[in-house]
Ligand binder design. Structure first.
Ligand code: NAD
Length: 324
């Protein structure tokens, strides 16, 4: 199989590429992988170093908004897995333009190229944030929940989701969407809560906890997230959406306490700061659909996954010098 991976130098995309080239997904074993990535602040060629010498790996530096390059890159591809995005909510609050450009226009450019070249399958990697925010007593989201994004990031991802579905319904493009929950693991640029807090604590710096710290996220290890995507890529039904969750709901305060413990720091290292604007209260995913139809189960125990992640940042301290 020939696979084009956009955003393959970023956190989740690079994990998917490393695992695919190393034949960790039986469904995709032996595939040739081409990565297209613009190498923004969040992308690093080094994230792909473990597979860069493989004859089944190729890297193209480029922007997904470049329809000509995308059309060239997509010729002969059996599968496209689309990770490339501006992905950090806080940045979308300071300025939304790049989010609309990459996440909406970039996705549209890819869909046009995929349609024109007759790609076998297009997997769009989306997020649970498109569903909005849940109350404490509400049921976790299923794929049937309406789109109700709050942040400009979530709105740009929801817009992209609609465009993906529109290309399926209008042009018959074979697409699948995955909606993953908050993802953690190694190789993540230190701006989101886990890598930011770990990097700062390891450098002896305080960490900023938003508001009352009671916002809840459904944590998903990158290994499980990418396995879910591989299952959808291999067996997902065209036109369908699949939630991918990790099943560990945790407040940011409880998460911070676990991180403090893992690095051997105490509560004096936590600074309470004003809440993020429009901060969603709770995310939680119902994963019955992907579990029942494709056999997905989260396999990484949260405490073990978190400890291993902290250990990775300890061993790679200073990788993103100055970022945290
Ligand atoms: P990331 O920010 O770590 O990586 C994004 C990658 O996309 C980078 O390598 C970057 O260089 C590349 N990129 C950005 N703009 C580009 C452009 N115009 N053209 C080509 N490449 C470009 O992001 P991530 O956390 O790995 O997220 C990957 C995908 O998964 C995103 O679509 C995101 O919305 C989705 N997602 C992320 C999470 C999470 O918790 N991180 C959860 C659910 C879904």
């Amino acid at each position: 199989m020939r696979i084009l991976v956009t955003g393959g130098a970023g956190f989740i995309g690079s994990h998917f590429v490393r695992q695919t080239v190393q034949n960790d997904y039986p469904e995709l074993a032996g595939s040739e992988v081409t990565v297209v990535d613009k190498l923004t602040y969040a992308g690093r060629r080094e994230n792909l170093a473990p597979v860069s010498a493989s004859p089944r790996f190729r890297f193209v530096e480029g922007d997904i908004c470049d329809t000509r390059l995308m059309t060239q890159s997509m010729r002969g591809m059996d599968l496209v897995v689309h990770f490339a995005a501006e992905s950090h909510v806080d940045r979308s609050i300071s300025g939304a333009e790049e989010f609309v450009r990459t996440n909406v226009l970039g996705t549209q450019a890819l869909l046009t190229a995929a349609s024109d070249t007759g790609v076998g399958k297009f997997v769009h990697v989306s997020t649970d944030e498109v569903y909005g925010s849940l109350g404490a007593d509400e049921e976790p989201w299923t794929e049937e929940n309406p789109l109700a994004p709050n942040s400009p990031y979530a709105a740009s991802k929801a817009s992209a989701d609609l465009m993906v579905l529109a290309f399926h319904r209008t042009h018959g493009l074979p697409v699948c969407l995955t909606r993953g929950s908050n993802t953690y693991g190694p190789y993540q640029y230190p701006e989101k809560i886990i890598p930011l807090f770990v990097s700062r604590l390891l450098a002896g710096q305080k960490v900023p906890l938003y508001g009352d710290g009671e916002n809840i996220r459904d944590w998903l290890h990158v290994h499980d997230h990418c396995r879910g995507i591989a299952l959808v890529a291999a067996g997902g039904k065209s036109g369908e959406i699949y939630n991918v969750g990790g099943g560990t709901e945790l407040t940011n305060r409880a998460l911070t306490e676990r991180l403090l413990e893992l690095v051997g720091a105490d509560a004096s290292m936590v600074e309470r700061v004003a809440d993020r604007k429009g901060h969603d209260r709770r995310y939680a995913m119902d994963i019955s659909k992907i579990s029942d139809t494709l056999g997905y189960r989260p396999a990484v125990d949260f405490d073990e996954g978190l400890a291993a992640t902290v250990d990775w940042y300890r061993r790679h301290h200073g990788l993103w010098q100055g970022a945290a």
